[in-house]
Design a protein around this ligand. Structure first.
Ligand code: TXA
Ligand code: MG
Length: 350
């Protein structure tokens, strides 16, 4: 299959791009598109065969449910039952935006979309391309991140192309995404509502809106214990670069010294190494494989570049990556959640 790639140019020609994409969705095909978090791989959420195709293109385990993307609040009624007051508050506060909510599903939603579960994950993206695509398609769109299962999520069209070219019908190139990590997921079917995946909408923001929330015990654990996550997708060693990744945690000057030491050891053994640094520390590392992920003064800058830095190291054939650790406060919770997974839990604590 040839994948049609179309760029959004913010000109009248875009109209045709949306029409073509909507037609593909309507016919049960697959279209990758940008959202504000990461690129998604979309299909008609109400069409079993189309949803099943998503799993095939990504090589995704069939028990890992998809998120349904809607463009208007009214569409929630098509897929979800029992939208309680707290959910309504969160929707009012954070939709459209990077927050996914879990509800009981309507029976019309195929189990292919929900990975066999009786619940359904729903989000209303704020990205104008996602909004327009959903509206033009006149349906609701199931979309996981548009990467091959197990690879870092795509934050630009070229990442999608690398993973899925020839396996999907169309890719809409809307440039780089703004946030760079996937949406926050909240299970609204339990009381208090439960955080299943940390994201750009942080715990303090959620609690400010609806009061006390609980956190899936799996998130707090170190994965050595037999706790199963409530979001099936969280259990996989995910976001993983090809290289072995180590996180070094501790006082910053000691971290820098340790990373320089470890990197030099591996370099001497002939391995290709990479270092994940910040604006604040980049000048203290030796060697040419240092990548700046962002600045410690702005956590959002770190989230935004996390996956693209991992992919860049993959491209360079890096074998060992050493990364500084970050604070787990606020957005840091989501950053460290993704980084720790990418590292397969290899953390060196000083
Ligand atoms: O930001 C995002 O959420 C992106 C963009 C494209 O919208 N999408 C995304 O989808 O990250 P995906 O498939 O990569 O991650 C969906 C996560 C998985 O961990 C999955 O297990 C969980 O959501 N999930 C989906 N439906 C669920 C349900 N009914 N109950 C619990 N977890 C669910
Ligand atoms: Mg994903």
């Amino acid at each position: 299959m040839d994948t049609i790639i179309k760029k959004i140019t913010n000109s009248p020609e875009d109209k045709e791009v949306y029409q073509q994409a909507a037609q593909i969705i309507h016919n049960g095909g697959l279209v990758a598109f940008p959202t504000e978090t990461v690129y998604g791989l979309g299909a008609d959420a109400m069409n079993k065969a189309a949803a099943a195709q998503i799993y095939q293109a990504k090589g995704r385990p069939s028990d890992n449910p998809l998120i349904i993307h809607i463009a208007e609040v009214e569409e929630l009624g098509r897929v979800a039952e029992e939208v309680n007051e707290k959910a309504k508050k969160l929707m009012k506060e954070f939709w459209p935006g990077p927050l996914t909510l879990i509800f009981r599903k309507k029976k019309e939603v195929p189990f292919e979309t929900t990975g066999g579960l009786d619940t359904v994950a729903v989000r209303m993206p704020s990205h104008p391309v996602a909004q327009k695509l959903i509206k033009e398609s006149r349906t609701v769109i199931a979309a996981p991140s548009a990467n091959t299962s197990g690879k870092p999520s795509p934050t630009q069209a070229s990442h999608v192309k690398e993973d899925l070219y020839g396996k999907i019908d169309m890719l809409i190139d809307g440039g780089n995404v703004g946030i760079g990590i996937e949406s926050t997921i909240m299970d609204m079917t339990v009381e208090p509502p439960m955080l299943l995946r940390p994201g750009y909408i942080t715990m303090p923001m959620l609690e400010q809106a609806i009061g006390k929330i609980q956190v899936d015990p799996f998130l707090a654990g170190d994965m050595k214990e037999p706790v199963k996550p409530k979001a099936p997708g969280m259990k996989y060693r995910h976001y993983a670069p090809k290289a072995e990744l180590f996180i070094v945690e501790g006082e910053l000057s000691q971290v820098v010294a340790k990373i320089n030491y470890l990197a030099e050891e591996k370099r001497k053994q002939g391995y290709k190494i990479g270092i994940i640094a910040t604006e604040e520390t980049k000048g203290f590392y030796c060697g040419d494989s240092v990548r700046v992920i962002g600045t410690r003064k702005d956590e959002a800058s770190i989230a935004k570049h996390l996956f693209s830095v991992l992919r860049e190291f993959d491209k360079m054939g890096t074998e060992y990556i050493f990364s500084e650790a970050f604070s787990e406060e606020n957005l840091g919770q989501a950053i460290m959640n993704r980084l720790i997974k990418a590292a397969g839990h290899q953390i060196i604590r000083l």
